[in-house]
Write a protein that binds this ligand. Structure first.
Ligand SMILES: Cc1cc2nc3c(=O)[nH]c(=O)nc-3n(C[C@H](O)[C@H](O)[C@H](O)COP(=O)(O)OP(=O)(O)OC[C@H]3O[C@@H](n4cnc5c(N)ncnc54)[C@H](O)[C@@H]3O)c2cc1C
Length: 325
């Protein structure tokens, strides 16, 4: 921030903070020389500009100041706003016993959902929380799932819909699977159990499962598949073995809802096709540029969204400035 502020100071840029500008405050006209000009006026500010860059962010996580004004500004200038959805979210899961394991990390698992016959998956860490599931793999899977789901959280006036409507969003699917052993097949697991049984006949299945699962998750896992944790390896039946292997590879979880309040990014935005990708200038209005999350672009976790904001901000700023020379 200090570096950016130093640049602004050097370039003698006027900064107006706490000064929201909404769609009604902007008029686009031609001046007396027939050049396009934007008139910006409200109780806090009054200025004319030949170029503007709209970088007002998305609509999710409103405490950052982003409340969707950019969509309404773009729409006023005839741009299309694609379906707007919360992205990079956690999942609420209505399973008291799972949630009671809050704080437990499921390391290097594969999370997936079915899209017709195709498996859509993400590998990484998942975390059990007091509301359900979170962590990098969950958050990245949420984007893939939400992109496939057909809904928008905006009403016809491009304002956010009521909370209860957002709470009941219909997802492409509510069923996801956890694969606890992504490097082993179901057959590998069964063979491993068969191979280990003669030496470990007296060992409880609960103890043996430490080979595959975090210790604190085992009771929950065995309860879900109806196998007593005290059962010894010698007493494990073929049916038990099949159930264990199947559930290690495809442990089903039902998503109750999305934890939308903590959505880290907005999926959807100003339609990309209506913006020149080389300059980020509107194809409809000369002098109007867009940058950042307000655009129809969203990335996974790992800094991609900040990079999108930095790169598009740099490009739009350069292009707007160069076109004035
Ligand atoms: C909790 C959280 C964690 C995140 N973690 C990561 C991460 O680890 N990696 C990553 O890549 N991304 C992350 N993101 C996403 C990333 O921060 C955003 O994608 C990025 O900041 C978008 O930049 P932006 O400049 O387009 O919008 P924003 O950063 O949202 O900035 C928009 C600005 O415009 C202002 N504004 C809005 N409306 C108006 C108006 N009408 N008039 C004047 N000003 C207005 C807002 O006050 C705000 O200052 C995270 C987001 C959140 C919320």
């Amino acid at each position: 921030l200090d570096i950016l502020e130093e640049y602004l100071e050097e370039l003698e840029v006027d900064i107006h903070t706490n000064c929201p500008i909404n769609a009604n405050d902007i008029e686009h006209e031609l001046n007396e020389r027939m050049e396009p000009v934007f008139l910006i006026e409200n109780e806090n500010i009054s200025l004319n500009a030949s170029k503007i860059v709209v970088s007002t962010g998305g609509i999710t996580y409103p405490s950052t100041g982003s409340t969707g004004d950019g969509y309404r500004i773009a729409s006023k200038m005839n741009h299309t706003i694609t379906d707007i959805k919360p992205g990079l979210v956690s999942f609420n899961v209505d399973d008291f016993l799972l949630r009671s394991l809050s704080g437990l990390t499921l390391s290097d698992v594969e999370l997936s959902f079915k899209d017709k016959k195709k498996k859509v998956s993400v590998r990484g860490d998942a975390l059990i929380s007091h509301f359900g599931l979170t962590g990098p793999a969950v958050i990245d899977l949420s984007n893939l799932l939400i992109e496939k789901s057909k809904f928008t959280i905006l009403d016809d006036n491009l304002n956010q819909k009521d909370d209860d409507e957002i709470e009941n969003l219909e997802l492409f699917t509510n069923k996801i699977n956890i694969d606890f052993t992504p490097d082993m097949t179901e057959e590998d697991i069964k063979e491993q159990i068969t191979k280990d049984t003669p030496d470990k006949g007296k060992m409880s299945i609960k103890n043996y499962m430490k080979k595959f699962l975090p210790a604190n998750f085992i009771d929950y896992f065995l309860m879900k598949i109806n196998i007593s944790p005290s059962k010894t390896m010698a007493n494990i039946t073929k049916k038990d073995k099949n159930k264990i292997a199947e559930n290690l590879k495809r442990h089903p979880i039902e998503i109750e809802s999305l934890e939308t309040e903590l959505a880290k990014v907005t999926i959807g935005g100003i339609k990309s096709k209506e913006i020149d990708s080389k300059t980020l200038q509107s194809r409809f209005v000369d002098g109007l540029y867009f940058a950042g999350e307000v655009l129809e672009v969203a990335g996974p976790t790992g800094g991609y969204n900040l990079q999108i904001a930095f790169s598009t901000g740099y490009l739009a700023g350069q292009e707007a400035a160069n076109s004035l020379k």
